[in-house]
Design a protein. Structure first.
Length: 266
């Protein structure tokens, strides 16, 4: 395995890539799909539980994996995390040949506030405000798919106030823009979404509002709501401290959905 790290976005935050070795063994692809992982943490920190354990799963699926240490707290304002995610996709596609990444099969995976970031790029990748602030002007920032795990979506009635507060920096126009259910257009990336109905931190309505908007704009999506489970389940295993056999199904469901989408693009 080769590990690379580059700086992305206005704040030059780290993007760390775990690149699979080239192999001559039969049956293993060398030009690989990739995922960019955005851990959660209310835009106040980045959760360790939603970082390496997730990366290991996708490495085991023969993907190349990138982890984005996007801006948090005071640095999360001014669209910085979104611009960092945008730059990450541009850079991965720029280096696709040397990193052995398939530039047409790059997904973004986000948890909670990281899910908001993932959804932001999936929805706002072509927004005029993003284009005006990008240090690199490019159309290669659209994810080919997005996997959203108990995502923060809305700045409205069901908002997770801390996440929306940090990412908007108290700017009402940015708060409105970051209410993503109101920003969906037909150019949004296909999305896999899962949430628990009993999530006491980020209400399930966040995912439901997004699904309704995706349906209205005819954007492909898959939505899974689990009857019970706390917020922040990550991989739902003993290793991450949140074993939950029922919700653990999301891992296989998302993996199957992602492989299916990427296979159909062949």
């Amino acid at each position: 395995m080769r590990i690379i790290q580059i700086a992305v976005g206005p704040k030059q935050v780290p993007l760390t890539g775990y690149l699979q070795d080239i192999t001559s063994d039969g049956g293993i692809r060398n030009i690989r799909p990739s995922v960019v992982i955005c851990p959660g943490g209310a835009y106040r920190f980045r959760s360790e539980r939603e970082r390496d354990p997730v990366a290991l799963h996708f490495l085991n699926m023969s993907y190349n994996v990138f982890i984005l240490d996007y801006s948090v707290k005071e640095d999360a304002k001014d669209l910085n995390p979104l611009l960092e995610a945008s730059d990450a996709f541009i850079k991965i596609r720029e280096h696709a040949f040397s990193w052995m990444c398939d530039p047409t099969r790059i997904a973004i995976v986000g948890f909670s506030a990281g899910g908001h970031l993932a959804a932001s790029l999936a929805i706002l990748h072509d927004h005029a405000l993003v284009a005006s602030k990008q240090t690199i002007k490019d159309e290669n920032n659209r994810p080919d798919a997005a996997v959203l795990c108990y995502p923060v979506i809305t700045g409205g009635e069901y908002a997770h106030q801390e996440s929306i507060g940090w990412v908007s920096g108290g700017d009402e126009k940015l708060r409105a823009l970051m209410s993503l259910e109101n920003q969906v257009s037909s150019s949004a990336s296909p999305m896999f979404i899962w949430h628990t109905v009993t999530d006491a931190s980020v209400p399930v309505e966040n995912s439901m509002l997004l699904a309704l908007s995706l349906r209205r704009e005819q954007v492909p999506f898959e939505l899974h709501l689990f009857e019970s489970g706390n917020h922040g389940l990550s991989m739902c295993t003993e290793e991450v401290g949140t074993p939950h056999p029922g919700c653990r199904q999301w891992v296989d469901l998302a993996s199957t959905w992602l492989n299916s989408r990427f296979h159909h693009n062949l």
